[in-house]
Write a protein that binds this ligand. Structure first.
Ligand code: HEM
Length: 265
């Protein structure tokens, strides 16, 4: 009888733990990073000067608070963090948030901004987009499709991140699908030699902000990226970029802990 009571007691004691473990099961990150129909938000922050006047222990405690917010939302959003500080005069870091509902991205960012650190953050830019199935590749020649689909980026670390917001002109959107497709073929041909060193991801942003696309890249070779963009500036499709960058974000991919450690130093 006594042991039954003990068992029930233990079960009740475990309930909150089991619930928390269930409720905080992390989102399927791999799936979110590859599926179409996923919402991506890029939130860029600058740390205000007063932050650095706080004593080190207060900044350490504030960092722990931020960590807790990331944990709390891990069931709904997949997050990636990037350091801009030192490479940008406008911002210190940014967070890329993915989820199946823009509302989850918003809830996470609202909580982040509500932390002690958040009160010292200036949100200098936010880009919102959605991932979609390929628009042009299915219409390319079999050879080009094969190259694009079968050439994976080389394994190994790619420490650099580049994010380029793009807006197309009205002429681009009023062109026939065939006309755009011909230009995207040129775009793709100019880029294939960089498929191994530049990993990329495309977000469609029309109507979700002032952009049409958010282009995201990871690489270990910034010299390749530089040449890639020069190559793309020479193709006809580039004439239809009404906005290219402004701002372009260049930073390094860093775990949250490392960014918080830099901010707590
Ligand atoms: C390794 C380098 C790159 C490769 C292999 C590549 C390839 C491609 C391909 C195949 C598409 C068509 C996707 C589809 O079928 O919907 C595409 C779209 C696009 N790319 Fe690139 N690209 C690269 C770099 C870049 C760069 C550096 C930029 C600009 C910063 C860029 C901007 C875009 C944009 C805005 C689109 C969407 C066009 C549209 O849907 O109207 N790409 N790219």
């Amino acid at each position: 009888m006594r042991s039954k009571a003990v068992l029930i007691g233990v079960a009740i004691g475990l309930l909150p733990w089991a619930w928390t473990a269930f409720a905080q099961a992390a989102v399927d990150r791999e799936k979110l990073l590859k599926d179409p129909g996923v919402y991506g938000t890029f939130a860029v922050f600058k740390v205000e000067g007063d932050w650095w006047k706080l004593d080190k222990s207060a900044r350490g405690a504030a960092a722990a608070e931020v960590n807790a917010v990331f944990q709390k939302h891990a069931e709904n959003v997949a997050t990636d963090t990037y350091l801009l500080r030192g490479l940008s005069d406008r911002a210190d870091f940014f967070v890329r948030v993915h989820s199946t509902e823009m509302l989850h991205n918003q809830n996470f960012l609202v909580d982040l901004m509500g932390t002690t650190l958040g009160k010292y953050l200036q949100n200098t830019q936010t880009f919102n987009g959605i991932t979609k199935p390929l628009n042009y590749v299915p219409g390319f020649s079999e050879d080009l499709q094969k190259v694009v689909k079968s050439t994976a980026p080389d394994p190994g670390p790619k420490p650099y991140v580049i994010v380029v917001p793009i807006r197309k002109d009205a002429e681009w959107w009023n062109m026939s699908q065939d006309g755009r497709s011909a230009m995207m073929k040129e775009h793709t041909e100019a880029t294939v030699s960089y498929l191994k060193t530049v990993k990329r991801k495309l977000y469609h942003a029309s109507g979700l902000g002032d952009l049409d696309f958010i282009t995201y890249f990871e690489t270990a070779k910034l010299d390749d990226f530089n040449n890639l963009v020069i190559g793309l500036e020479r193709v006809r499709e580039n004439r239809h970029n009404k906005r290219f960058g402004n701002p372009t974000l260049l930073g390094t991919i860093r775990p949250l802990d490392e960014i918080l450690e830099i901010l707590a130093r």
